[in-house]
Design a protein around this ligand. Structure first.
Ligand SMILES: Cc1ncc(COP(=O)(O)O)c(C=O)c1O
Length: 435
């Protein structure tokens, strides 16, 4: 069967609001390490990992064998009505690593459900459905998760079970806080929080939820320390703080294991998904016991933390820690970030090279302005593919190239990908120049 047949069949049977990447979409049929091969036999270096989800890479023996061992027992699913050894073991590890004292863990199948669970316990604990969320955020696709998503392209419905007030993001190119120095931006964001609390809420707010680096939002992040400055204000009235670590967790930022640690603060609740299963559906929320116990009814997830996904999760976490992939993210991320800044950071069409560790974005604008240039981003994106590199796209205006490779990326692969990126950006930028 050709990819074209599959594309026609896809379009005939799947909804159009679930987009495909590329003018000529590809089907990935095999993978190994950081490389994937499409149905035409073309191999790519993968700097997006199925949206930061293939965190360890493809066909990793330790993970494959852990899942095969579980399959060989004959037990794929039991439900959480029975003890699941792999689940308890993973919960112990996640609780210990979370940095939250006396933590409890609830497993789900997706980041959306993880955030739903966090919102459930936060709103129950505080007896309030008022939430503070951040502009340019993405938290998932349920009504509540969409309701705290501050991104027009991903807001598919206005129906919202929550009452939400919005804080400014760490956006540095546009908006009211743009172009402030880091300290000034933190002060302004705290002032904004106080004003929002005073003018848009009834005071008894349940929680503030924030991504340390906004994933879908194009890897925008606030200056280090903002979360702690916010939390000081939140603590005055007992408002909980939730860190959505779906993209930033497990050492991806290089400098820390969790994104929140850059801010010198410990969240009350932390949500995780994507990378922890390395492709198996695994997510959850970890948080303070008193908050997580705020469920006055039975609540369970049929597939959440099932034996297969938690077998994978344990193997992923052991691999990650045994190989110190956080340090590798710092090392290989620096090669990419420094290389990009040196080679293309000065181009008129590149507004910013930003991010941390192996979570890096390049934002494209019309030369000399802050006007987004999604067409240029799209050309670079296609040029990367033509050069043999898969990357992601994002940002409020679709003008940000996103790189989130597996954390096992080697220095050689970082340099190889960097060369493709630089060539793609330079050639697309040159084409865009007026003759
Ligand atoms: C920060 C963040 N939170 C939550 C989600 C939702 O996760 P899922 O797609 O697994 O429901 C995503 C997905 O991209 C995300 O990036």
């Amino acid at each position: 069967m050709t990819s074209d047949d599959l594309l026609a069949r896809h379009r005939a049977v799947l909804p159009s609001w679930m987009p495909l990447y590329y003018a000529e979409p590809i089907e990935l049929v095999s993978g190994e390490g950081r490389r994937v091969t499409d149905a035409q036999g073309r191999t790519y270096l993968d700097f997006f990992g199925g949206v930061l989800t293939n965190m360890i890479g493809y066909d990793i023996a330790e993970i494959r064998e852990a899942v095969q061992r579980q399959l060989a027992t004959g037990i794929v699913h039991t439900s959480t009505l029975y003890l699941i050894r792999q689940q308890v073991e993973l919960a112990e590890k996640v609780a210990r690593l979370s940095g939250i004292p006396d933590a409890r863990v609830f497993f789900t199948n997706s980041g959306t459900e993880a955030n739903e669970a966090a919102l459930l316990v936060a709103t129950n604990y505080r007896r309030s459905h008022q939430i503070l969320a951040v502009r340019n955020s993405y938290h998932g696709r349920s009504y509540a998760a969409m309701g705290i998503t501050g991104h027009r392209s991903w807001s598919a419905s206005a129906l919202n079970p929550l009452q939400v007030a919005w804080l400014h993001s760490g956006e540095r190119l546009r908006g009211l806080l743009a172009r402030l120095g880091a300290d000034e931006q933190v002060d302004a964001a705290v002032e904004d929080l106080r004003e929002v609390l005073a003018t848009q809420t009834a005071g008894d707010v349940a929680c503030l939820i924030a991504e340390p680096i906004q994933g879908v939002g194009g890897f925008v992040h606030a200056p280090d320390g903002l979360f702690a400055a916010w939390k000081k204000v939140l603590d005055e009235s007992g408002i909980l703080f939730i860190s959505d670590e779906v993209q930033t967790g497990w050492g991806r930022t290089g400098e820390h294991f969790w994104g929140y640690q850059a801010h010198g603060v410990t969240p009350d609740l932390l949500t995780f998904a994507k990378g922890i299963g390395n492709g198996f559906a695994l997510a959850g929320v970890v948080g303070r016991a008193d908050v997580l116990e705020s469920v006055p009814a039975i609540s369970f997830s049929t597939f959440g933390g099932n034996p297969i996904s938690t077998a994978a999760g344990n193997a992923v976490l052991d691999y990650l820690l045994d190989h110190d992939l956080q340090a590798n993210a710092a090392r290989t991320g620096a090669i990419l970030a420094d290389g990009l800044r040196a080679a293309v950071g000065g181009l008129d069409c590149v507004a910013e090279v930003r991010g941390k560790g192996l979570m890096l974005g390049v934002e494209f604008v019309r030369p000399g302005t802050a006007e987004p240039d999604p067409a240029l981003a799209a050309r670079v994106f296609e040029a990367c593919k033509a050069g043999g590199l898969l990357v992601g796209k994002g940002g409020l205006y679709g003008n940000v190239l996103r790189m989130g490779p597996p954390l096992t990326l080697t220095e050689e692969e970082a340099r190889e990908g960097l060369a493709i990126l630089v060539e793609a950006i330079r050639s697309a930028a040159a084409e865009a120049m007026p003759a």
